[in-house]
Design a protein around this ligand. Structure first.
Ligand SMILES: [Cu+2]
Length: 164
């Protein structure tokens, strides 16, 4: 899809959401939509297999995260041990493109079910991410997810420090 077509397509989607909202359906409101691709390999380093891109999303309450099935065989599932109190949990099916709107501030971890132990994990920081940042960081991980999260949390910490 070209950029022009994508913008046009998004504009059409936006119109659909507004129409649905006026009919009483749940509205996504005016929040930003952040796209996360589910990939077999990182485009800048093909040796990094099974990744979410980007693996850290900086969001605000009311923003939507859209998981894109760029490659086949992946899904996005929230980690219950890495979800703030009252935060939305989600579980996509394999190859399913889900959109999740997060209203509760905090740090959200998620993984791809088939590739969790291979390190296919990611992080979403919503508003005041400090609410459960250290708690999420301390959550137990399996296999390569532990190593990936060490790197992800180090970058997330720098990202948040740069805002202060
Ligand atoms: Cu996967």
């Amino acid at each position: 899809m070209t950029d022009f077509n994508r913008r046009h397509f998004n504009a059409l989607l936006g119109a659909t959401v507004v129409a649905a909202g006026s009919a009483g359906a749940e509205s996504h409101g005016g929040g930003t939509v952040h796209e996360v691709q589910m990939l077999n390999a990182h485009p800048d380093d093909r040796s990094e297999r099974n990744v979410f891109l980007p693996d850290i999303v900086r969001a605000q309450p009311g923003d939507t995260i859209k998981f894109i099935a760029t490659d086949r065989g992946h899904n996005a599932v929230s980690d219950e041990n890495m979800t703030p109190e009252g935060g939305a949990e989600f579980r996509g099916r394999i190859n399913e493109e889900i959109e999740i709107t997060l209203e509760t501030e905090g740090t959200y971890g998620y993984y791809c079910q088939p590739h969790r132990a291979l390190g296919m994990v990611g992080l979403i920081l919503v508003g005041d991410a400090s609410v459960n940042f250290e708690e999420a960081r301390a959550a137990r991980q399996r296999g390569k997810a532990e190593e990936r999260y060490e790197d992800i949390f180090a970058r997330a910490e720098e990202m948040l420090a740069a805002e202060a």
